[in-house]
Design a binder for this molecule. Structure first.
Ligand code: ZN
Length: 135
């Protein structure tokens, strides 16, 4: 199985600290420390559930795609991340089938993972992140 599981579902928010307090109440789990992911211009926090996570993301700049997303659509589900064994191999396989990634190269995401996003226009409007653990 190359697509292993849903690693996390990400929710785009206006204020990550305030939203983290809300989700701590809902999930009854403490949020991780805030991490800044420069490649995506976001701040991120994770809630670790038993086998998956909820991620909160807030754009760090007005021109970040997440800030634009929230401005246009409001707060809400932003992407679904699927863990893969070999991200390069999966991208190659998907490109052969006509899918495109937003960036040409794999980026470094939160927790040192390798990440890549598929074009949502190819995937029924759902932004799909592929992620691979590096440790
Ligand atoms: Zn994510």
């Amino acid at each position: 199985m190359m697509f292993k599981k849903i690693d996390h579902i990400a929710i785009a928010v206006n204020n990550i600290e305030k939203s983290a307090k809300l989700f701590e109440k809902i999930l009854n789990v403490a949020a991780s420390k805030t991490e800044i992911v420069k490649s995506e211009k976001v701040k991120t926090k994770f809630f670790h559930l038993s086998d998956s996570k909820i991620e909160l993301i807030e754009g760090t700049e007005q021109n970040s795609t997440v800030a634009k997303f929230v401005k246009k659509k409001g707060e809400g589900i932003h992407h679904i991340a699927i863990e893969v064994d070999d991200i390069q191999k999966e991208i190659k396989r998907l490109k052969k089938q006509g899918f495109n990634t937003i960036k040409n190269t794999v980026s470094k995401g939160a927790n040192g993972k390798l990440i890549s996003f598929l074009f949502p226009k190819d995937t029924k409007g759902v932004l799909i992140e592929l992620c691979q653990k590096t440790n």
